[in-house]
Design a protein around this ligand. Structure first.
Ligand code: SF4
Length: 322
């Protein structure tokens, strides 16, 4: 290939340009078509340039002027590539618009699993051991935890043997008990002793007798719930210290308090229950009810004796001759 002088090269280019323009006139063109400024700039940007060589791409026709601008040309040799979508990105996501947290997750090592905080140690509920009976007796004798202390003559703690296997629990002291400071010493107490003897037992040596309430309610009324709530801890400690094999609950207040039930005595009597899940309880009528004349009196006495016979059987006592 011969190397032309600059003047000769310029003349050659001019001749080529003239031939091109004459060809355009022959095709019916009335002017020199021009590409939009943006397209020209883009074309220049992607055209490889060779120093000293002017390249000319074929010009589009005039009809192309109303067409939308062509997208930027991508050179096959260009190193600029569209980022490939991450393989784990859902189709609905556009690459580059992923939430930062997702991009971070794909490039960062998985965070260390935080160790679960150790479970707190189980709360140890401190259960105070029951106090000795003399300590309880002393505290009860000066107790003012409820309003009944204002009208009492004496507190009434217990009678009988604290080592006994059988414990009778009544409701509250009456007038005689309040006067003497001992439970079940009035008419009801005398009947209770007869019942105990009928079982072949000694009322002073073989049984332990106490009440839910330690002070007499005025006019022998029923104890109020708040009075029971104040006084019942003494009885719980008493029973824990005596630890009887069987408890006989006498009447509605005793049965309801020891067993936490509102079922009436006529329905619950004669059926074994458990005090605090471990000591068998036999609910039966209160002796004062058995003393009260009524159409049901004889039947109630028969039922009470039936209940005591079940207690004897539970304790392994022989059936006394009647
Ligand atoms: S009834 Fe019980 S709680 Fe109330 S003053 Fe007497 S001993 Fe205390």
């Amino acid at each position: 290939m011969s190397i032309l002088e600059p003047r000769e090269e310029l003349a050659s280019i001019a001749a080529s340009l003239r031939a091109y323009l004459e060809w355009q006139v022959d095709c019916g063109s009335s002017g020199i078509p021009r590409r939009p400024r943006e397209a020209r700039a883009a074309a220049v940007a992607v055209q490889p340039t060779t120093p000293g060589v002017v390249t000319s791409a074929p010009e589009p026709t005039i009809a192309e002027k109303d067409d939308p601008p062509a997208p930027p040309l991508a050179s096959p040799s260009s190193n600029v590539r569209s980022p490939a979508p991450p393989s784990d990105v859902p189709d609905s996501f556009t690459p580059g618009t992923l939430p930062p947290i997702m991009l971070a997750e794909s490039t960062m090592p998985a965070p260390a699993v935080r160790a679960k905080p150790a479970a707190p140690p189980p709360v140890q509920t401190a259960v105070a051991p029951p106090r000795p009976l003399p300590v309880l007796l002393s505290e009860v004798s000066s107790c003012t935890k409820c309003g009944l202390h204002e009208t009492r003559t004496n507190t009434v703690f217990s009678r009988g043997n604290p080592e006994a296997k059988l414990c009778f629990v009544g409701e509250a002291p009456g007038a005689d008990e309040d006067a003497q400071g001992l439970p079940f010493v009035g008419r009801a107490g005398q009947l209770l002793d007869k019942m105990i003897k009928a079982m072949g037992l000694d009322p002073e040596k073989d049984v332990y007798v106490c009440n839910i309430i330690k002070c007499r309610p005025p006019n022998n009324r029923r104890p109020e719930p708040d009075e029971v709530a104040m006084c019942i801890p003494y009885l719980h400690e008493q029973i824990a210290q005596v630890d009887p094999k069987v408890i006989v609950a006498l009447g509605n207040t005793s049965v309801g308090t020891l067993l936490g039930t509102t079922v009436g005595i006529t329905r619950v009597r004669g059926t074994w229950k458990l005090y605090r899940g471990k000591i068998p309880v036999m609910p039966t009528y209160h002796p004062s009810y058995l003393l009260r004349p009524s159409p049901q009196q004889s039947e109630a006495k028969r039922q009470a004796w039936e209940d005591l016979q079940a207690v004897m059987k539970e304790l392994g006592l022989s059936k006394p001759a009647r």
